[in-house]
Design a protein around this ligand. Structure first.
Ligand code: DC
Length: 215
C-alpha cells in the first residue's frame, strides 16, 4: 500500500460523484478534491473579465497572469483566484453553460492537472472529475466510474434548483479531444440511479476493497 494514495471518481454531470466522493472521504478520513470546482473557478474568472470562453488565446493569456491557490478546509478542497474564493458563485447558470468550453482548452487542463496532482504531495485524497482515473492518476488502482440514468441526473439538477443542460455538457465533455470523459482502464462502473446515498457508499466501499484498498 503506498504511503499516500488517490481514489479516482469519474462520471458525467449529476451522476452522484460529488456526494459519493464526499461521503467516501468522510468515511475513510481522506481529503475530498472537487476538480470540477477548479474548472468552474477558471470559468468564473474569465466571465468576470468579460473574456469569451471560446477565445482560447484570451483564456490562456488570462491563465498566465492570475494566481491560483489550492488548499483544503475541513477536509475539502478550496480554490482561490487572485485571493478571492468564488465558491458561492460556481453553480450559476452562466458557469454551467460555459465551463465545458473552458475545460476543453489544453493549457487550462495542464495547469489544473498539475495542481490536482499536487494534493498527493501532502495527503491521501478522493478526487472526483472526468479524467481523474484516465489522466490525473492513471496508475491508481482505486477507480470508480459513477453513472446514472439521464432522467435521474436531469431531475437531480432541477431538484436543487439549478439550470444546467446536463446532456449538452456531457456531450461536450465526452467529445473533446483532450482528456475526454471516459471509463478509465481498470475502473469499476457504479450506477447510482437506484441507490440511496448510504447504499451507494456501501457499494463503492465493496468495489474499493476488491480493488485492494485495505478496509
Ligand atoms: O463536476 P462538475 O459538473 O462540477 O464539472 C464542471 C465541468 O468541469 C464539467 O462539465 C467538465 C469540467 N471538468 C473536466 O473537464 N475535468 C474534470 N476532471 C472535472 C470537471
Amino acid at each position: 500500500m503506498p504511503h499516500r494514495f488517490a481514489i479516482a471518481i469519474d462520471g458525467p454531470a449529476a451522476s452522484g460523484k460529488s456526494t459519493l466522493a464526499r461521503e467516501l472521504a468522510k468515511h475513510l478520513g481522506l481529503v475530498m478534491v472537487n476538480s470540477g470546482a477548479m474548472y468552474r473557478a477558471i470559468t468564473w474568472k474569465a466571465l468576470q473579465e468579460n473574456i469569451d470562453p471560446s477565445n482560447n488565446d484570451a483564456v490562456v493569456k488570462m491563465l498566465g497572469r492570475i494566481k491560483i491557490h489550492c488548499a483544503e478546509v475541513a477536509n475539502e478542497s478550496t480554490i482561490t483566484i487572485d485571493g478571492i474564493n468564488p465558491e458561492g458563485e460556481l453553480r450559476a447558470e452562466a458557469i454551467n453553460a460555459n465551463v465545458s468550453a473552458i475545460s476543453a482548452i489544453p493549457e487550462v487542463r495542464n495547469k489544473l492537472v498539475d495542481l490536482q496532482r499536487g494534493y498527493l504531495d501532502h495527503t491521501s485524497i478522493v478526487m472526483e472529475g472526468r479524467d481523474i482515473g484516465s489522466v490525473v492518476f492513471p496508475d491508481t488502482p482505486f477507480k470508480i466510474y459513477v453513472d446514472a440514468d439521464e432522467e435521474v441526473r436531469a431531475a437531480r439538477r432541477s431538484h436543487v434548483g439549478e439550470v444546467d443542460s446536463v446532456s449538452k455538457r456531457d456531450a461536450a465533455d465526452s467529445e473533446r479531444t483532450h482528456a475526454p470523459l471516459m471509463i478509465a482502464d481498470g475502473a469499476a462502473v457504479l450506477d447510482t440511479s437506484h441507490h440511496t446515498i448510504e447504499s451507494g457508499v456501501l457499494a463503492a466501499i465493496e468495489i474499493l476493497k476488491q480493488q485492494g484498498l485495505p478496509l
